[in-house]
Design a protein around this ligand. Sequence first.
Ligand SMILES: [Zn+2]
Length: 87
Amino acid sequence: MKKFIVFGLIVMFLLVNVAIFAADKTEKKDDPTVYVKEKGKKYHKKNCKIVKEGKIGMKLSEAIEKGYEPCAVCKPPTQPEKKKEKK
Ligand SMILES: [Zn+2]
């Protein structure tokens, strides 16, 4: 019985992932500009004190693609936000 529940959870998890992935492909996304430092591994919001000087702007999706991680201080978005559209 327990195995069945675990299996069900895994299937649900996969279905949700597929749904999110499909939605990502079709919906328009907000792709805000984030900022990185030349030698940094993190990306930041514009007003973050860590990137006050020498910041390089790029699209959020680009930063993620290049393997940058979100800053723990300014907590930038971790993925491009889906625009809310009326159906
Ligand atoms: Zn930051």
